[in-house]
Design a protein around this ligand. Structure first.
Ligand code: ADP
Ligand code: MG
Length: 247
């Protein structure tokens, strides 16, 4: 397919194929994360589980604290239906979270198909940002950057560029948002790793330019650290009109 994917083309093709064969156009979170990881974007350790015992096993093997989340093709906003439990500290917490998620999701969204519950490492909380990719009907592939939470939802404080973007343009996008100061650090908070962030924007741009099956990407949020970053949630929407043969 392309250079930046090196040996990971197959992984990506398989994820896309599997979803399309099941008539799914929105990848499940674990699939979307495996996808971006294959594109070089750092994300959380994760394991799919389908019983409390498996969830405990997974949590022990990656180490506490962990996060549990619902995996359902019918749910894209997991928190809204009680599908996310953060900061779980021990086996008991895993069992409680597993049961609560199952109970709350079933009562708030009856009929939602549940593929399982994913166990993830709990990433250290930090500044949250969003990197997105989309296809503009007029301009084609584009990328978006913003700070997470209310900055995007309330203030619409985001920047856009037409892809492909190079690193210097990605850095401009980061500088351009009104909340950019937040990334420079203040009081006890260290500055965010702008290079890592710019690199991620370029990677999302590369995905949009080279993988035509991808209609939309939403890495929301990415936690940015003084060194490095981690995408803790990922959504990828596939195009309905392209056959999977074209890749
Ligand atoms: P939603 O589908 O509701 O967007 P997310 O997966 O984004 O669910 O989880 C909601 C919030 O929980 C995130 O915005 C982030 O603040 C936090 N979060 C999610 N996963 C992790 C994780 N693995 N480590 C640390 N924080 C996380
Ligand atoms: Mg999210």
């Amino acid at each position: 397919m392309i250079d930046f994917l090196s040996n990971n083309t197959k992984i990506i093709e398989n994820i896309i194929q599997k979803a399309l064969l099941q008539n799914r156009y929105e990848l499940l979170e674990p699939e979307a994360k495996e996808f971006i990881e294959a594109c070089g974007i750092n994300t959380t350790k994760q394991r799919m589980t389908s019983s409390r015992e498996e969830a405990i096993q997974a949590a022990r093997s990656m180490g506490y604290p962990v996060v549990l989340k619902i995996v359902s093709p019918d749910i894209s906003h997991k928190t809204e239906v009680g599908g996310v439990k953060l900061g779980i500290q021990d086996d008991n917490g895993v069992v409680n979270a597993y049961d609560e998620i199952t109970r709350d999701v079933t009562s708030r969204q009856p009929g939602a198909r549940i593929h399982g519950i994913i166990v993830q490492e709990m990433a250290t909380p930090s500044t949250e940002v969003i990197v997105g990719g989309l296809r503009d009907p007029q301009f084609g592939p584009a990328v978006m950057f913003g700070l997470g939470g209310i900055f995007v939802e309330v203030f619409k404080d985001v920047s856009f560029r037409i892809a492909p973007v190079e690193e210097y343009e990605a850095r401009d996008m980061i500088r351009q948002i009104k909340g950019a100061e937040v990334l420079k650090g203040f009081r006890n908070r260290k500055a965010a790793d702008i290079s890592a962030l710019a690199q991620t924007i370029v990677q999302v741009s590369d995905i949009m330019v080279t993988i035509e099956e991808v209609k939309e990407i939403d890495l929301n949020p990415i936690l940015v650290y003084p060194i490095g970053l981690k995408a803790v949630d990922a959504r990828i929407i596939l195009n309905q009109f392209i056959s999977s043969q074209n890749s």
